[in-house]
Design a protein around this ligand. Structure first.
Ligand SMILES: [Zn+2]
Length: 135
């Protein structure tokens, strides 16, 4: 197996549950126990009502491409041989938006509002990245 050269997640106390779940191929986000809304990225307070009462909750893993860019130049040696590639803002069906990669489709075919679902890329024994692919 070749060495993984891209940056790896560095879980914080707040984001560790997200990365731990990803390693188990589960997509979780925080859900507020006060107002019922979901939010991402991880934080100690609800982005909607500021409550600190929340639970990490599994989401369906489906959503749509809210916005995206296609990288045409190599900015990091980890992507050598993979240009062009797409970095997208994915809007989950539950509402939160997250930055991720769109895979399994040529970059020129990616479009806003495209329906996508999560896939899990085990990039190292300790790190799994949630990515998205067309439904
Ligand atoms: Zn809330």
């Amino acid at each position: 197996m070749s060495e993984y050269l891209k940056p790896l997640p560095r879980p914080s106390a707040e984001s560790k549950p997200y990365w731990d779940a990803a390693r188990e191929h589960r997509l979780v986000v925080q859900k507020c126990n006060t107002c019922g809304e979901f939010w991402f990225p991880p934080s100690q307070r609800c982005a909607h009502c500021l409550s600190d009462d929340h639970a990490w909750t599994a989401v369906k893993g489906t959503g749509k491409v809210f916005s995206f860019v296609t990288y045409q130049r190599l900015y990091h040696k980890g992507w050598d041989g993979e240009v062009p590639y797409v970095v997208a803002v994915i809007e989950l069906d539950e509402g939160p938006r997250m930055l991720s990669a769109v895979v399994g489709i040529p970059p020129e075919k990616v479009a806003c509002d495209m329906a996508v679902k999560v896939v899990f890329d085990d990039v190292t024994p300790d790190a799994t990245l949630p990515k998205f692919t067309p439904v």
